[in-house]
Write a protein that binds this ligand. Structure first.
Ligand code: GLV
Ligand code: MN
Ligand code: MN
Length: 432
């Protein structure tokens, strides 16, 4: 995403009401943030900076305990729902109002980094600590949310919107447990997922702070990203059926090699995505081949396909091009290609009013900001079904994420948390 639309954020002071206490306000404590981020990074880490904290693993369970402790130390009332999502509640002046919520996740991809998700959770707790230090009581109750298993399909937030079907509970997860076992192991109750559902109207606003995971902010020398939308995703399982046969005796021209078809199809998919103008992306990230013998022609290949864009129509168009190319690739090798669609994530636009609050907060803090889309999925996508929702991004070094090389500087983390803090206060004043 290198050609992000840059919008110079301009304000008219009269548009916004500033708080009288702004001068003497305590803001994020850079040392506390670093200490907590580093401590959190130890859970599930085999080597420093390398995260093996897939959801429901021992590391994830230890990280959840650590976060629960931080929430309690900040005076929050902590509960866990049936999906294992953790909530930390701080009372407001009027507790009959819906709550202003903010948070993220602490599970990671295999061999991932130590900022994706973590910053949004540590940052949310930091905001509570700052509120406490400033003796500010909000009008709305506040809720810090730590979502269950963001990385393997937004599990926790989908349960909150009632979009986690029971048949997914039998899926084998990265930690080697079924989803059912995983949810139960972190204090949820997989048999009562319905109880995790939250009605629209219970949440006044939702805000997630996250690392950008791309290079728009860094290359633009910009402090804060105001996320205008989150891409949708159309995932598929592709099955290629050929014919297993002897690697020594079957002439080249008579082979129905499923892996050869897969290889040609991967190239065709890449070419299809590159052939269109825009930001659409197409990825094959997994491939399994059977029977898997060095001296056997592969009879079957199963692979993943992940299509993403901010426009649902664009994803449909891209899929049609891929499908068309797949038909000719299969014919060349006498194999059969089947695309099995999986759960689609619709693209989501974030809330315009909260976007302006984020822009205003950045301006007040003398930080530069620009609007940009999110190419990664986030729990905010589901939260947008329940409430006005938005996201704040901070720079990722070299645009790297889902990798041990993921890095965001303490200064950038602090900036993002301060913007989150001010946005929470503005949302508290604005939303009913
Ligand atoms: C999650 O990080 C995703 O974008 O798949
Ligand atoms: Mn994330
Ligand atoms: Mn991620």
């Amino acid at each position: 995403m290198t050609n992000a639309r840059i919008i110079i954020v301009v304000f008219t002071a009269s548009l916004f009401v500033s708080r009288a206490s702004a001068q003497s306000e305590t803001l994020a404590d850079i040392q506390r943030i670093e200490t907590r981020m580093n401590q959190l990074a130890t859970y599930g880490a085999n080597t420093p900076g390398v995260m093996k904290r897939v959801a429901f693993s021992d590391g994830d369970i230890q990280a959840r305990k650590y976060i629960t402790g931080l929430m309690q130390a900040a005076g929050l009332t902590v509960t866990t729902d049936a999906a294992g999502n953790i909530f930390g509640r701080k009372k407001g002046k009027d507790n009959s109002l819906p709550y202003v919520a903010f948070g993220s996740h602490v599970d990671a991809v295999p061999n991932g980094g130590i900022y994706d998700g973590d910053l949004g959770v540590i940052g949310a707790i930091e905001c509570i600590d700052i509120l406490n230090q400033n003796h500010i009581e909000t009008v709305h109750p506040l809720e810090v949310i730590m979502f269950t298993d963001e990385e393997e399909g937004l599990i926790g937030s989908r349960a909150m919107t009632g979009h986690l079907p029971a048949d997914e509970l039998n899926n084998k997860m990265n930690c080697d447990k079924t989803l059912r076992q995983g949810i139960n192991d972190v204090g949820g109750n997989a048999d009562e997922l319905d109880k995790a559902k939250i009605e629209r109207g219970s949440i006044a606003a939702f805000i997630e702070l996250h690392i950008e995971q791309g290079d728009n902010l860094e290359t633009g020398n910009t402090n804060i990203g105001i996320v205008e939308g989150i891409v949708g995703m159309k995932p598929y399982t592709i099955t290629i059926n050929g014919k297993a046969n002897h690697a020594g005796t079957t002439p080249m021209k008579l082979r129905k090699d499923a892996l050869l078809t897969a290889a040609k199809l991967i190239i065709a998919i890449n070419e299809a995505a590159l052939s269109m103008d825009g930001r659409q992306v197409a990825t094959v990230g997994q491939i399994f081949v059977t029977p898997g013998g060095a001296n056997v022609i592969p009879g079957k290949a199963i692979m993943s396909l992940d299509l993403r864009d901010l426009s649902a129509g664009k994803m449909d168009l891209l899929f049609n091009i891929i499908k068309h190319k797949a038909d000719s690739v299969a014919q060349l090798n006498g194999t059969v290609i089947t695309f099995i669609p999986k759960e689609v994530k619709e693209p989501v636009k974030t809330d315009k009013e909260i976007q302006l609050m984020i822009a205003k907060a950045a301006e007040e803090l003398n930080l530069t900001a620009k609007y940009l889309p999110s190419g990664a999925l986030h729990d905010t996508q589901d939260m947008a079904k329940l409430a006005p929702a938005a996201m704040i991004f901070v720079p990722s070094k070299n645009g790297i994420s889902h990798s041990p090389d993921e890095y965001t500087s303490p200064e950038d983390m602090k900036n993002g948390i301060n913007v989150l803090y001010k946005t929470i206060l503005e949302a508290d004043q604005t939303f009913k």
